[in-house]
Design a protein around this ligand. Structure first.
Ligand SMILES: [Zn+2]
Ligand SMILES: [Zn+2]
Length: 268
């Protein structure tokens, strides 16, 4: 079984707590065979790009024979400063780039959804996914239906495909046409710090199935761990979702080039 985790944070991310070495050791302990480090690069909240890469280069030598390591980044809303974003992506030879919409323009931030008009909020969100596609320098969309995480915490449900079918299909079709992959993010399967739990992957199954039906082939799996204890968590479940959706392969990346690995989990 090839267990992969292509979305983990280290303490180079401002909201994560575990040193990179501990994250890699936890991955090995949890039988993760292919791991991509993907710290946050939020435009306007720059992380220590050079320090993180230097640390990775030292540590990877210690573990190269134990785990298949890739060095990535989770770039948030690159359209907010595409020149800076492009500079960082030019400077560091990342293996893998996840792109995320964490912010929505103006007053809207995914985390700040409270009583805002949901349709208006989601229109901003879909517009921003298209701005990320306009930017273009990334490999996969992370957690495509992220707003549901914050909506669920205020008792509002969100199923992007059934509620916003045209916009969801448009983004997926454009992503596929432009060679962009789709991550299955397992963080929604873990309880939050307040004990609440969303109980589904991001995106959920119907979006994964539509990506497949529309011809999408590039799918990754990520725990989005911000703590070494969560490295690899529920990644087997995400691989299971992919199998159920008809995928036989999961994507890994080296030097921004996609390599497909057969999904070999037991499937019942
Ligand atoms: Zn994210
Ligand atoms: Zn993340």
């Amino acid at each position: 079984m090839k267990l992969v985790d292509y979305h983990v944070h280290t303490d180079y991310s401002s909201d994560a707590i575990s040193p990179m070495q501990k994250v890699i050791e936890a991955a090995i302990l949890n039988n993760v065979e292919a791991l991509a480090i993907t710290d946050h690069f939020e435009v306007g909240d720059m992380y220590d790009v050079d320090g993180a890469y230097a640390t990775y280069n030292v540590i990877k030598e210690l573990y190269n024979d134990k785990i298949d390591l890739s060095y990535g980044v989770e770039i948030g809303d690159p359209y907010r400063d595409p020149v800076l974003a492009a500079d960082v992506l030019d400077k560091i030879p990342f293996d893998f780039v996840l792109a995320s919409c964490h912010y929505c323009d103006g007053p809207y931030w995914t985390r700040n959804f409270k009583t805002t008009n949901k349709d208006e909020f989601m229109q901003h969100y879909f517009d921003n996914l298209n701005l990320i596609l306009d930017f273009g320098n990334f490999d996969c969309f992370a957690h495509l239906d992220l707003p549901k995480r914050y909506m669920s915490s205020v008792g509002v449900s969100l199923d992007i495909l059934s509620e916003y079918p045209e916009q969801t299909e448009q983004v997926l079709m454009r992503a596929i046409a432009e060679g962009k992959g789709l991550e299955v993010n397992t963080s929604g399967l873990r309880p939050y710090t307040n004990g609440d739990m969303m109980g589904e992957t991001m995106p959920n199954m119907n979006v994964i199935e539509l990506y497949k039906k529309l011809g999408g082939t590039i799918v990754t799996v990520g725990s989005d761990s911000h703590n070494k204890n969560d490295v690899g968590k529920n990644c087997v479940d995400a691989l299971d979702c992919l199998k159920k959706a008809g995928f036989d392969e999961v994507a890994t990346f080296k030097g921004r080039k996609c390599k497909f690995e057969t999904i070999e989990i037991e499937y019942e």
